[in-house]
Design a protein around this ligand. Structure first.
Ligand SMILES: [Zn+2]
Ligand SMILES: [Zn+2]
Length: 235
């Protein structure tokens, strides 16, 4: 599989940046995971939105779904043979109602296949219903925490992933047990507990210097890196 970074900021984009958006591809299968502000513009550098097989939204905070609104215009002007399926949590209902597409509920621990890629989901710990995911194909596994803080059982769900993309939304100084995000240190601990092969960090809050948060992770996990728009990773 190939992972392409289309956006990696949260809860709002940095100058010239974009919020969460990750394109996961295998052969002719292209799945967009999250679709925050600025993601559509970056997606267009890689594939046409007509070629997407599905969109998976980890949760319905705006920094993970707001570009689904202009996506509706894009699809109006470039109609597809079949509607674009969107997989999303059922709540919050007022935000879910904005998704004017065939929309399917994400369900914990239910296997789902999109083209060549098999998906499985696990609830995260966040102020709204949120999901972590595993995506597997040809013996390789990509895992993404979505937005979450520490959660019992999450390491088991993510176990053995070749690449883990984790929510490092808070610095160690700002992190609290009841906060909505992990810290870089929390991501490193999660990667160790789950035995992941490679740790990628995301959800960079523009108020932090990227190097500062990366340094926090590298103390525990020297290979950890913050993803950047346009980066591609073979999984
Ligand atoms: Zn977020
Ligand atoms: Zn969120």
């Amino acid at each position: 599989m190939k992972l392409t970074i289309l956006g990696c900021c949260g809860p709002y984009p940095a100058a010239g940046g974009a919020c969460s958006g990750y394109l996961l591809s295998q052969g002719d299968t292209h799945v967009l995971i999250d679709c925050g502000a600025g993601v559509l513009a970056n997606l267009a550098r890689h594939i046409a939105w007509e070629d997407l097989d599905a969109v998976v939204l980890s949760h319905l905070h705006y920094d993970h779904m707001s570009d689904m609104l202009p996506m509706q215009y894009a699809l109006q002007f470039h109609p597809r043979q079949a509607p674009l399926p969107v997989y999303a949590p059922r709540t919050p209902e007022p935000v879910r109602a904005l998704l004017d597409a065939p929309c399917y509920d994400l369900r914990p621990m239910e296997d789902m296949r999109i083209g060549e890629i098999a998906f499985r989901f696990h609830p995260g710990r966040h102020p709204v219903q949120s999901f972590a995911l595993r995506a597997e194909c040809a013996g390789r596994c990509f895992a993404y925490t979505g937005d979450t803080n520490t959660l019992e059982g999450l390491d088991g769900f993510l176990s053995g992933a070749d690449v883990l993309l984790a929510d490092a939304g808070l610095s160690a100084a700002d992190w609290r047990a009841q906060a909505p995000h992990l810290s870089p240190e929390g991501c490193a601990n999660l990667a160790r507990q789950s035995g992941c092969g490679r740790l990628l960090l995301t959800h960079l809050n523009p108020k932090y210097a990227p190097g500062a948060l990366e340094a926090e992770a590298k103390v525990l996990r020297p290979d950890a890196e913050f993803v950047r728009i346009g980066n591609q990773y073979e999984i």
